[in-house]
Write a protein that binds this ligand. Structure first.
Ligand code: S3P
Length: 173
């Protein structure tokens, strides 16, 4: 049994919400890698990202991921949407975790994120086009890294959590 359940997927795909609910239902500690990064930075991701650039953010993201996964014990880990960009992160996640990919279409993600002001990559004139571009780049990477893909469509959080629980049960996790 893999003691860490990691949720990966695009921004707005429900990783944090589903993570919290799963943690509650399974009685397992939940860690959100973005929250850990912000605690370390002492500032919101958006301002750091805009000031220091994406590469600097990705370096810290990888360090924080490695730190989170170096500890013992059970854990639900909600990751940032770009965690799969680095091969080392994908390998680490695959080796150390049961990885669930919460998969939604760019159109569905746009519906959920159209008023978002926190995600630096989406502060552009055409966020839907940006989501389509990110999805085209990342969907194969999420798939490569994940042990299970959950097509999320438009179910409730409750429905999603049950889908995740069913998948984990079937997998004997
Ligand atoms: C990012 C997604 C964000 C956060 C950062 C970069 C991305 O996390 O890590 O803004 O590259 O898609 P969420 O997926 O939780 O929004």
């Amino acid at each position: 049994m893999l003691p860490v359940i990691a949720l990966v997927g695009m921004p707005g795909g429900g990783k944090s919400t589903v993570g919290r609910q799963l943690g509650r239902q399974l009685g397992i500690r939940v860690v959100d890698s973005d929250a850990e990064i912000e605690a370390r930075l002492g500032e919101p991701i958006r301002s750091f990202f805009e000031r220091a650039g994406e590469d600097a953010f990705r370096r810290i993201e990888s360090e924080v991921l490695a730190e989170i996964l170096s500890g013992p014990g059970e854990l639900i880990l909600a990751t940032g949407g770009g965690i799969v960009l680095r091969e080392a992160n994908r390998e680490l996640l695959q080796r150390r975790c049961t990885v669930l990919y919460l998969r939604s279409t760019p159109e569905e993600l746009f519906r959920r994120l159209r008023h978002d002001t926190q995600r630096p990559l989406l502060q552009v004139r055409d966020p839907l086009a940006k989501l389509r571009e990110l999805f085209a780049q990342r969907d194969p990477l999420y798939r490569r890294c994940a042990h299970y893909v959950l097509e999320t469509g438009r179910p409730s959080v409750h429905g999603l959590v049950n889908m995740a629980l069913m998948q984990l049960e079937l997998a004997g996790v």
